[in-house]
Write a protein that binds this ligand. Structure first.
Ligand code: NAD
Length: 492
């Protein structure tokens, strides 16, 4: 039963199944019957028929359901942590301290936001009319999520959409669908009407692509790679859907010569290795002033060598495996190709000791001496790999930071106020941290510049993405022959 359609868990009818694998142990967590295009049609129909009533629900009622949902999530925290960790290989520590509490905080934010949906003005902008602004839901939303944070991605997609009065069909990544299904079930247990949230677990190229181009879907919201994001844009053109894209990243981590170097080294370890580097905002390119470059590399490599890999349940584990062997092969392939044009000063291999050999583990890797246009510097690795590049002038640092098609996140490490201000102004990214890298909060937007996409997740900005603005104009004078008519025909 791995489809959640119209308030009920039901089997997929494609006749195909996929094993959800724990990548730390290679054990099968669950076998999932995948959705057919008929299942997708049922989900779109359920969302369409639920929309009129849900969109007219009073904001306080929507907020009440979300508040109850947050309490249910709190009660089920351990179950969510266990399943999230087993389908992704993440250490339980990360799910307990980041994924699940972050999700519950997001629910609380959107429960409040649901009651603050408002237009900007009611006033007479013409002496003969009163204008007002209504902010309305868009309709049926089709969303697609990746596998790196399955629970949080489900939350980021579903919560603003339904808080604003839309209904939704979410297609999670097929290799990690379990917590999105649990999320939908818990919403239903909190009293969400049937059909408002539907989760369809299917293959990206068929079910995902069909959802993106479906004529009865009014908006698409996609988080994933830039390559697939481009196809989503094309699919959405069919009926001119609203599009929201959260795509790839290649975040720079700029360390100026006045920075607290030890803080920068700590920040680089945490900022690049979070979620085993499978984080679109993770630090991937440390751009370090030449005067502190050697010291930074030595300290960083020592820290990387000390990182403990292991199975999710072990309490002393720092890092889990990659999400799959396919992803590990992708990471290892990029590092192997980089050997010919750069130097690996930490990691660069898959560990083979008995405890780890069944998992998709890869040692945290530091790469130096790579040219700014080389593959390892330019393209997304999406794994535990940090490249370090030197710079001489502030202008060069900013130029290197921006030397990518992506623009999702970045950080600048400095104690100089003017440098910090210039870096935050000049780095083209949707988020720039100063003296930190990675923290996110429900009140602030997450989203990209350039080919990292457009549209924001979390915060009031994401709420706006899922609504449309309507101008309503009332005529005040009650006259038959309005003065402006004379611009069209002569009033005699
Ligand atoms: P992906 O693009 O391969 O897949 C993402 C989702 O798209 C999956 O659910 C997949 O089934 C679906 N999909 C695949 N082909 C499709 C198609 N033709 N039409 C419609 N849907 C299709 O990405 P991934 O490998 O799952 O995730 C990693 C990528 O996601 C990285 O590029 C990463 O940077 C990005 N990401 C971005 C953010 C962000 O907020 N910007 C967050 C997380 C991940």
């Amino acid at each position: 039963m791995h489809q959640f359609i119209n308030g009920k868990l039901q089997p997929g009818t494609s006749g195909q199944s996929l094993d959800v694998i724990n990548p730390a142990t290679s054990e099968v967590v669950e076998s999932v019957g995948l959705a057919s295009l008929t299942d997708l049609e049922s989900a779109v129909a359920a969302a369409r028929s639920a929309f009129p009533a849900w969109s007219r629900t009073a904001p306080g009622e929507r907020a009440g359901i979300l508040q109850k949902f947050a309490r249910i999530m709190e009660e089920r925290t351990e179950e969510f942590c266990r399943i999230e960790s087993s389908q992704t290989g993440k250490p339980l520590r990360l799910t307990r301290e980041f994924d699940v509490p972050g999700t519950i905080d997001n629910i609380g934010f959107f429960a409040g936001a649901a009651r603050h949906l408002e237009g900007k003005a009611t006033a007479e902008y013409s002496p003969h009319h009163t204008s007002s602004i209504r902010r309305e839901p868009i309709g049926v939303v089709g969303s697609i999520a990746p596998w790196n944070y399955p629970l949080q991605m489900a939350a980021w997609k579903i919560l603003p959409a339904i808080a604003a009065g839309n209904t939704i069909i979410l297609k999670p990544a097929e290799i990690t669908p379990l917590t999105a299904l649990m999320f939908a079930q818990a919403l239903s247990d909190a009293g969400l009407p049937d059909g408002v949230v539907n989760v369809v677990v299917g293959d990206g190229a068929t079910v995902g692509a069909a959802l993106m181009r479906h004529p009865n879907v009014d908006m698409v919201s996609f988080t994933g790679s830039t390559a697939i994001g481009r196809t989503v844009l094309e699919a959405a053109a069919v009926n001119a859907k609203r599009v929201h894209l959260e795509l790839g990243g290649k975040a720079p981590f700029v360390v100026f010569d006045d920075a607290n170097l030890d803080a920068a080294v700590h920040g680089a370890v945490a900022g690049s290795l979070i979620n085993t580097g499978q984080d679109c905002t993770a630090a991937t390119r440390a751009i370090v002033h030449r005067s502190v470059y050697e010291e930074f590399v030595v300290k960083l490599a020592a820290r990387f060598e000390g990182i403990v890999l292991g199975a999710p349940g072990d309490t002393d584990v720092d890092l889990g495996p990659l999400v799959s062997f396919k992803q590990r092969d992708h990471v290892a392939g990029m590092v192997e190709r980089a050997r010919s044009y750069s130097k690996i000063v930490a990691g660069g291999y898959a560990p083979i000791d008995g405890r780890l050999e069944k998992g998709a583990f890869y040692r945290p890797t530091v790469v130096v001496d790579a040219a700014p246009d080389s593959e390892i510097v330019r393209d997304e690795v999406f794994g535990p790999v940090l490249v370090v590049l030197p710079f001489d002038t502030d202008d060069e640092a900013i130029q290197l930071a921006n030397h990518t098609v992506y623009g999702l996140a970045a950080s600048a490490w400095t104690n100089n106020l003017q440098r910090a201000l210039r870096a935050t102004r000049d780095i083209k990214a949707g988020c720039v941290w100063v003296n930190d890298h990675v923290p996110i909060i429900s009140e602030m937007p997450h989203g990209g510049f350039k080919q990292s996409g457009f549209g924001k997740d979390m915060s009031a900005y994401s709420f706006e993405e899922y609504t449309q603005v309507k101008h309503v104009m009332f005529e005040l004078d009650d006259v038959t022959e309005k003065n402006w008519h004379r611009t069209i025909f002569d009033l005699r």
